[in-house]
Design a protein around this ligand. Sequence first.
Ligand SMILES: NC(=O)c1ccc[n+]([C@@H]2O[C@H](COP(=O)([O-])OP(=O)(O)OC[C@H]3O[C@@H](n4cnc5c(N)ncnc54)[C@H](OP(=O)(O)O)[C@@H]3O)[C@@H](O)[C@H]2O)c1
Length: 227
Amino acid sequence: MIIITGASRGVGNFLLNSYLQQSEPQVIGTYCNSIPTVNTEVFEKIDVTKMDEINDFIQRKAAVLQDITLINCAGISYNAFTHKSDPDKWKSVVETNLFGTYNFIRTLLPLMREQKFGRIINFSSVVAIKPTPGVSAYAASKSALWGLSKSIAIENAIFNISINNINLGYSELGMIETVPEDFKKQIVAQIPAGILCEPKDILSTVNYLRSTRYITGSSIDLTGGLI
Ligand SMILES: NC(=O)c1ccc[n+]([C@@H]2O[C@H](COP(=O)([O-])OP(=O)(O)OC[C@H]3O[C@@H](n4cnc5c(N)ncnc54)[C@H](OP(=O)(O)O)[C@@H]3O)[C@@H](O)[C@H]2O)c1
């Protein structure tokens, strides 16, 4: 069973469609505000900041939750210089990106430990590595995933559970759609590989991390050389 949070758009939606096409083990995608119009039968409405919604989902799906891969894609960003930032918006980025990831992991870990299998893959970001103005909340939430993962990794390695992060650079999918064309060109000019990350590279990295228990607590830079 593959569970992909934030599968209604962008990277999560691409991964969901890829696994559906490959007739992988059962896939479930979550959405929050963007109501899916295709493959609606594989979607569940869950706000990752709400523990009760996640618990309810786990209870309803208990019978099919076997050999779980959890791919945490749900995320938001907020652009503001820190001295002008809105504290509530700043907090909501951390609540979604960090607490939301923790909430899903916390709810599934007991089951993974019982079954002695689990693969957890979180989406972190290059901006947690590369100093970038206007993204202090986002960078804080994404770098926090590294520490969280290292601790969870050693708590659970004996149970054949791995947890890793993909530090994604600038992808063709998702959040980049909100970036103006001019700025997008400037971003691409800085990437040593000379292109945005192609979806196939995201899929192959996720599959690589799914394929082994022995990589755990790691964060892989998927940035085309950008640091
Ligand atoms: N795209 C990139 O270049 C890039 C680069 C680095 C890192 N990342 C990371 O990769 C992940 C996917 O990014 P993306 O570009 O695909 O993002 P996106 O297109 O903006 O999609 C974000 C997804 O997160 C979901 N989401 C947001 N808040 C939620 C909440 N409270 N509860 C449940 N779901 C929620 C959205 O669901 P609804 O629309 O249904 O609300 C949507 O499906 C994110 O964690 C992002 O930080 C992306």
